[in-house]
Design a binder for this molecule. Structure first.
Ligand SMILES: [Zn+2]
Length: 232
């Protein structure tokens, strides 16, 4: 991945990107559990405290494994596609059972009842990480809204709205990656853009305008996520 050095206020890097505490370590966003090997070089990292780093990992593991099992409609290892998920679920019997028991059959249709707090926790972490990486300024508040959906369940309008870059009406933090990496549209308007972390595997888009921060994420060309903070 091409990466841009930032010139923003270094004090912003002296705190955990998720809670604001002293950063003991650095955290990959997205977590590598969502990517395929070989990993891209220069993965985005953000400062992070040990507590957050460990606190999110079980939720991220559940999140990644659940998505793969939902896509394949099963927890049977031989029918799963992603190598990393196969290897986690073959080691973690309890996690596999838990996901297995979330499949319910009603009227001959198979549904998956997700553990919403775990999904929302994993998604919030990803969105905060992308926001911090692109905009330099961290966001410690919980999002105003979190929405996610399979792209196969979207109608044409929803899909277009999701993939179309949004117009900034306020430039990102001076010196941040977001500002150095902006697209200028036909009418000289400033547009957000998709960052492809790994083609077909993970992409995200951050847009910041006055009072509103939006992070969109597409995982495995399947799960479309939109996280919004309204600051007013
Ligand atoms: Zn923290």
């Amino acid at each position: 991945m091409r990466q841009i050095n930032t010139f923003s206020d270094k004090r912003l890097d002296n705190m955990c990107s998720y809670c604001g505490d002293f950063p003991d370590t650095r955290d990959h966003v997205p977590s590598r559990i969502l990517l395929d090997e070989p990993f891209p070089e220069n993965l985005p990292v953000v400062p992070c405290c040990d507590k957050c780093n460990q606190g999110f990992s079980l939720d991220e593991e559940y999140f990644a494994c659940a998505i793969e099992c939902i896509i394949q409609g099963t927890t049977e290892i031989e029918f799963l596609n992603r190598q990393k998920i196969k290897s986690i679920l073959s080691k973690k019997e309890n996690l596999k059972k838990r996901i297995e028991s979330s499949f319910v059959v009603e009227n001959e249709n198979k549904y998956f009842k997700i553990d919403l707090p775990r999904f929302e926790n994993a998604i919030t972490k990803l969105a905060k990480g992308h926001l911090k990486f692109e905009n330099s300024e961290p966001q410690f508040e919980n999002p105003t809204s979190i929405a996610f959906k399979s792209i196969f369940d979207m109608d044409e309008n929803e899909e277009e709205a999701f993939f179309t870059p949004t117009v900034f009406d306020k430039a990102p933090e001076v010196g941040s990656r977001g500002l150095q990496n902006l697209l200028i549209g036909h009418n000289q308007e400033i547009l957000s853009h998709w960052t492809i972390v790994q083609e077909g595997t993970y992409q995200y888009m951050v847009s910041v305008s006055s009072g509103v921060e939006i992070v969109r994420i597409l995982i495995w060309n399947y799960l479309a996520i939109e996280v919004i903070w309204r600051n007013q």
